[in-house]
Design a protein around this ligand. Structure first.
Ligand SMILES: [Zn+2]
Ligand SMILES: [Zn+2]
Length: 194
């Protein structure tokens, strides 16, 4: 993906035309819009579904170096609970702030966001901000009880779940033995002899 030098599509919901704002310092414009989420925002466990609605409420402000964008975006996050593996989906509002330098401003920072003509691209800002905001281990609820380590039952649905004989005593010695990977072959041989 080449984010930095592509030509922006002014019809994209994630591209804002700042022409009307002008370059007079202090000029301001408020923008509300709904755009479609681009693909690939997220991690393996949680992210923004491609094409889902992203609701922007932004304020554009003309400053000396460029256009300052502040505001928020509301996104839908879907994924999987890190404990019980149930699907989860919720809306999240993320705060956005970015200074887009005018194209003719001196590049004292190569990484700085920049206007292309009058256009600014919200996609990298959205992508970076959402990913920083994502929980490392998303949970279906803060006190999710997770899964039974023995049988995989969902403990949220069955809080009194218990196993009386956690492990058949006849197998207890063997299972401890097999837990050491070096002994696995011997354990297998012992089983085969029985
Ligand atoms: Zn859960
Ligand atoms: Zn169980």
């Amino acid at each position: 993906m080449t984010m930095s030098h592509r030509h922006l599509n002014p019809r994209s919901g994630l591209v804002i035309d700042t022409h009307e704002l002008g370059r007079r310092v202090g000029a301001m414009k408020e923008i509300q819009r709904i755009a479609e989420a681009p693909d690939g925002i997220g991690t393996d466990v949680i992210g923004v579904p491609t094409g889902s609605s992203v609701e922007f409420e932004l304020r554009l402000e003309s400053v000396v170096e460029g256009v300052l964008v502040t505001g928020a975006a509301e996104v839908t996050l879907t994924g999987q609970c890190g404990r019980c593996l149930e699907p989860i989906s919720f809306d999240e509002e993320i705060d956005l702030q970015e200074l887009y330098l005018y194209p003719d401003k001196e590049p004292d920072d190569e990484e700085a966001s920049r206007l292309e003509d009058d256009l600014l691209d919200l996609e990298p800002l959205l992508r970076d901000t959402v990913v920083l905001d994502l929980p490392y281990t998303p949970l279906c609820r803060p006190d999710c009880a997770g899964l039974c380590p023995d049988c995989g039952a969902n403990l949220n649905a069955d809080p009194d779940h218990a196993h009386d004989d956690r492990i058949d005593p006849r197998w207890a010695g063997l299972s401890g033995w097999a837990a050491d990977p070096d002994d696995e072959d011997e354990a297998a041989m012992a089983r085969n002899k029985e």
